[in-house]
Design a protein around this ligand. Structure first.
Ligand SMILES: Nc1ncnc2c1ncn2[C@@H]1O[C@H](COP(=O)(O)OP(=O)(O)O)[C@@H](O)[C@H]1O
Ligand SMILES: [Mg+2]
Length: 262
C-alpha cells in the first residue's frame, strides 16, 4: 500500500509574468515501510515537494495523500502526528536558547500528551543519547548530536512518515555514516516510512529501496536502487549523476558513501 501519494503536483512562486514554475506535474508514491529517495541538482524542487507534504506550502495544485487521506490546504493537527520533517541544518531547526528538554517537550505540550519527562528520556535513548543530554543547549552539542536531537524531536509524536531533507549533508563524513545507520535502524525497528532528499546518490543507495530523479521541477524517472546499482538507469541525466558520483567516490573523503559501494 502507498503511504505517500503525490499526483501531478505543480507549484509556482510569484504571479503573472514574473511567476516561476518550481514543480511541474510531479507524481510518485512511497510504499508503506519503504525508504524512498528524491535526488537531483540544487534548485530542482526537492525541498519544495517535502514542504508541500509537510503543509508549509498550500498553494500547490494536484493531489497529495498520506495513508489514503487527501491532504487539504489547512494543516490539521492530526497530520503533525503522522508526518514530521527533519532539516539539513540542525542548528537552524533548534532554538539556540532552549534546552534539549524544552525542544523535545514542546510538541508533547502542543498535543496535550502527558508523561513528558519519561517520553523525553525514552526518545533520547532511542536516538543514542543519554538522559543527561536533556539539560544541554544546542551550542553544547556536536553536529551529530544536534541532528540526533532533531530526529528525536521529529519522532516524539510517533509519526509514521519522516520527511528527511538532506539530513546528513551538513555533517562531517565520519558522522554522516552514524546518522544514516541510526535512521536505518529506527525505520526497521518502528516500521517507519521515509521520503529522503539527498544530492548524494551514495546516501540514497545506503538508505533507500527506490528513488526518483528530479531536474528543473520535473520528475525524470523512478527506479529501484538495485536498478541504479546494476547500471540500469534509463534517463541520461540519472546516468550522468551516477558517473559523477562514482568519480567522486574515488576521492578519499567520500569513501564509504560512494555509490560504487553498491
Ligand atoms: N519561497 C520561495 N519563493 C520563491 N522561490 C522559491 C521559494 N522556495 C524555493 N524557491 C525556488 O524553487 C526552486 C526549487 O527550490 P528547492 O525546492 O529548494 O530546490 P532543491 O531542494 O532541489 O535544491 C529554486 O529555484 C528556488 O529558488
Ligand atoms: Mg533543498
Amino acid at each position: 500500500m502507498a503511504i505517500i501519494e503525490v499526483r501531478s503536483l505543480s507549484l509556482s512562486f510569484g504571479h503573472g509574468a514574473s511567476a516561476s514554475k518550481v514543480l511541474d506535474e510531479v507524481s510518485f508514491e512511497v510504499r508503506e515501510g519503504e525508504s524512498f529517495g528524491l535526488v537531483g541538482e540544487s534548485g530542482s524542487g526537492k525541498t519544495t515537494v517535502l514542504r508541500c507534504l509537510a503543509g508549509q506550502y498550500t498553494h500547490w495544485q494536484g493531489e497529495l495523500r498520506i495513508a489514503g487521506q487527501a491532504l487539504g490546504r489547512k494543516l490539521e493537527r492530526a497530520r503533525c502526528k503522522q508526518v514530521q520533517m527533519v532539516f539539513q541544518d540542525p542548528y537552524g531547526s533548534l532554538h539556540p536558547r532552549h534546552t534539549v528538554y524544552t525542544a523535545l517537550a514542546e510538541p508533547l505540550r502542543i498535543h496535550g500528551i502527558k508523561e513528558e519527562r519519561q517520553r523525553v528520556v525514552a526518545i533520547l535513548e532511542k536516538v543514542g543519547l543519554n538522559a543527561d543530554f536533556r539539560f544541554r543547549y544546542p551550542h553544547q552539542l556536536s553536529g551529530g548530536q544536534r541532528q540526533r536531537v532533531a530526529i528525536a524531536r521529529a519522532l516524539i509524536l510517533e509519526p509514521s512518515v519522516l520527511l528527511l531533507d538532506e539530513p546528513t549533508s551538513a555533517l562531517d563524513v565520519s558522522v554522516q555514516a552514524e546518522i544514516l545507520n541510526l535512521l536505518d535502524t529506527l525505520r526497521r525497528r518502528d516500521g517507519l516510512s521515509y521520503l529522503l532528499v539527498a544530492h548524494d546518490l551514495g546516501v540514497v543507495a545506503h538508505l533507500c529501496e527506490r528513488m526518483a530523479v528530479m531536474q528543473h521541477g520535473r520528475l525524470l524517472e523512478t527506479l529501484s536502487v538495485d536498478e541504479l546499482c546494476a547500471d540500469q538507469a534509463r534517463h541520461p541525466y540519472t546516468r550522468m549523476l551516477m558517473q559523477a558520483s562514482r568519480s567522486c567516490g574515488n576521492q578519499p573523503e567520500a569513501q564509504g558513501l560512494a555509490v560504487a559501494a553498491c
